[in-house]
Design a protein around this ligand. Sequence first.
Ligand code: HEC
Ligand code: HEC
Ligand code: HEC
Ligand code: HEC
Ligand code: HEC
Ligand code: HEC
Ligand code: HEC
Ligand code: HEC
Ligand code: HEC
Ligand code: HEC
Length: 324
Amino acid sequence: MRIKRAMAIVALGLLGLCGGMAWAANVDAAASAECTKCHDEEDLPAWQRSAHAQASDPRTPTCVTCHGASTGHAHKPAGVKEQPRPDRTFKKNSTTPIAERNAACLTCHQKDAKRAMWGGSQHQSADLACSSCHRIHTNNDQVMARATQVDVCVTCHKEQRAQLAKPSHHPLPEGKMTCTDCHNVHGSAGPKLVKRDSTNATCYACHAEKRGPFVNGHEPVQEDCAICHNPHGSTVEAMLKTRAPMLCQQCHTPHVAGGVGAVGGQPGVFQRAPGQLAPAVTGTSSGKNVVNLWQGRSCLNCHTQVHGSNNPSATNPTPRLFFR
Ligand code: HEC
Ligand code: HEC
Ligand code: HEC
Ligand code: HEC
Ligand code: HEC
Ligand code: HEC
Ligand code: HEC
Ligand code: HEC
Ligand code: HEC
Ligand code: HEC
């Protein structure tokens, strides 16, 4: 580019035709000619292969569609010392207001249903530019490729990066899923930019069996999967936010069971402890004892169908209690 520019000063017209135009064969040559006199493949090596440089597509933009006419930049006015910048720039140090940069993209891309909710979305409100995520002058836009998307997102979303590294997680680090399997980052009618209109609808897309309908549904499951699960990852198995019994006891009073010091294996479980009328576990106890409440799968030792039960029996065992 530096060499071209020096030569351009000497033989501007000729060079524009021979160098720039040949390179710009894929872009709308006439409209871009002003620019490609100076800007060539050294500047923008992968431009030709990018989605925006396909002149055969009548919707394809020219340099000035995005950057503005930039007349002063292309033709430095006499007496001006420094070459004025283009009308619209997009790099980190850009002084073009973000709304104006995004408007240049949205003239073509707002029609699309996927971006209809961009205005007012969390990313728009946080003043992100389209180019905070997208790279334009390349055919390798990392945020678009499933293999590299997560890396782009977690440069800003460090908390989610940490959660994905926990033992129980959706298989994003394994490359089998990406953030946009669950999120529409361009805006959503649902909470937290989820892809569907609600968190549950988003989960049902892959976990259809949790939708039911169940003969006996469990209210929090029908309300919001994220009450119990952290979809990005957790140290507790099944991506649970916390373990049973604490998980369940956020809402339910524990069964009255056991007695003083009655923690599994401790005095009080199988043998009476001082101050205790009877040990927690006896030949005739209900099974709702400290051992069953605290050991193994805790509440899930008995209430195994926590997402809902289809037990057809009216009484045995009590169907609404999620035993089977
Ligand atoms: C006379 C040569 C010349 C012409 C013609 C020209 N430019 Fe430039 N352009 C430059 C130079 C020099 C730079 C600064 C490069 C640098 O700093 O690395 C530049 C930088 C740019 C930048 C980067 C600015 C930034 O800060 O992000 C953009 C975008 C740009 N030009 C677009 C255009 C467009 C669009 C046209 C056509 C309307 C055009 N240029 C025509 C010489 C030219
Ligand atoms: C679809 C919109 C769009 C079109 C069309 C477009 N640009 Fe850009 N341009 C951008 C964005 C966005 C950036 C910021 C860097 C990036 O995201 O790749 C940029 C960056 C640049 C830069 C700075 C590159 C750098 O890394 O320093 C130059 C120079 C440039 N454009 C020139 C041009 C020229 C010349 C054309 C026509 C051949 C053109 N642009 C067409 C959107 C566009
Ligand atoms: C003049 C219309 C126009 C403008 C302005 C425009 N685009 Fe595009 N864009 C297109 C066309 C045409 C395509 C390729 C065909 C398609 O829609 O699949 C495309 C494709 C894309 C793609 C998909 C790329 C891929 O690899 O599949 C992204 C991302 C994109 N544009 C972002 C942007 C951003 C960001 C801007 C603003 C900097 C912008 N566009 C400005 C017309 C435009
Ligand atoms: C937070 C990052 C992020 C921001 C900000 C962002 N995008 Fe995207 N964009 C993506 C991702 C990821 C994809 C691919 C997955 C998808 O389609 O949801 C994508 C896909 C696209 C596509 C091509 C596929 C499609 O959806 O049709 C276009 C066009 C596009 N974005 C335009 C824009 C425009 C215009 C803006 C600014 C108004 C913008 N994007 C802002 C991340 C982003
Ligand atoms: C340049 C930094 C940046 C990048 C890159 C980025 N985001 Fe964001 N994101 C933000 C900011 C800032 C917010 C709004 C403040 C917040 O809630 O963290 C946000 C908000 C969100 C929200 C909504 C949070 C809420 O509380 O409602 C989700 C979901 C999200 N981003 C997902 C993504 C995904 C997925 C990607 C990658 C495709 C991505 N982001 C890329 C900066 C970024
Ligand atoms: C399996 C679906 C799924 C995947 C994959 C996913 N998310 Fe989420 N994300 C959600 C749901 C659901 C919520 C809302 C959780 C809630 O309401 O507590 C959320 C919330 C968020 C939030 C807001 C967090 C908060 O505490 O408010 C951010 C930021 C976010 N996700 C970013 C990402 C990023 C970045 C990726 C990819 C690395 C990603 N998500 C992958 C489903 C997902
Ligand atoms: C795009 C498909 C997809 C979506 C959407 C999705 N999941 Fe998953 N989910 C998976 C896959 C794949 C696995 C891993 C299955 C495996 O490893 O066998 C999984 C596993 C799980 C697991 C079990 C993890 C374990 O360790 O046993 C839970 C819990 C889960 N998902 C909850 C959710 C919730 C809650 C949502 C909605 C926020 C959701 N999923 C959305 C695909 C999805
Ligand atoms: C009341 C808390 C709670 C809610 C709400 C909840 N889950 Fe679960 N989920 C659990 C528990 C506890 C486990 C572990 C079950 C086990 O180990 O048998 C689990 C396990 C899972 C699993 C992995 C094992 C399996 O059964 O497939 C998936 C997938 C899952 N949940 C999806 C969902 C989805 C989707 C939603 C929302 C529709 C949801 N969960 C709502 C508590 C909950
Ligand atoms: C966010 C609060 C919440 C959490 C967490 C929760 N539940 Fe529930 N649960 C409810 C509500 C609300 C009902 C319906 C109450 C009713 O019908 O009396 C219910 C109903 C039940 C019932 C049937 C009770 C009856 O009388 O019909 C059982 C059994 C149950 N939950 C077990 C569990 C277990 C086991 C866990 C932990 C894995 C759990 N719950 C976690 C809120 C919760
Ligand atoms: C040993 C099996 C067993 C374990 C373990 C167990 N339950 Fe139960 N649960 C039952 C039985 C049996 C009933 C039927 C009503 C009764 O006998 O009190 C019941 C009833 C319930 C009910 C509905 C009636 C009521 O008492 O409100 C809820 C809610 C409940 N259990 C929650 C839990 C929670 C939360 C845990 C974990 C702290 C748990 N259960 C652990 C067997 C068990």
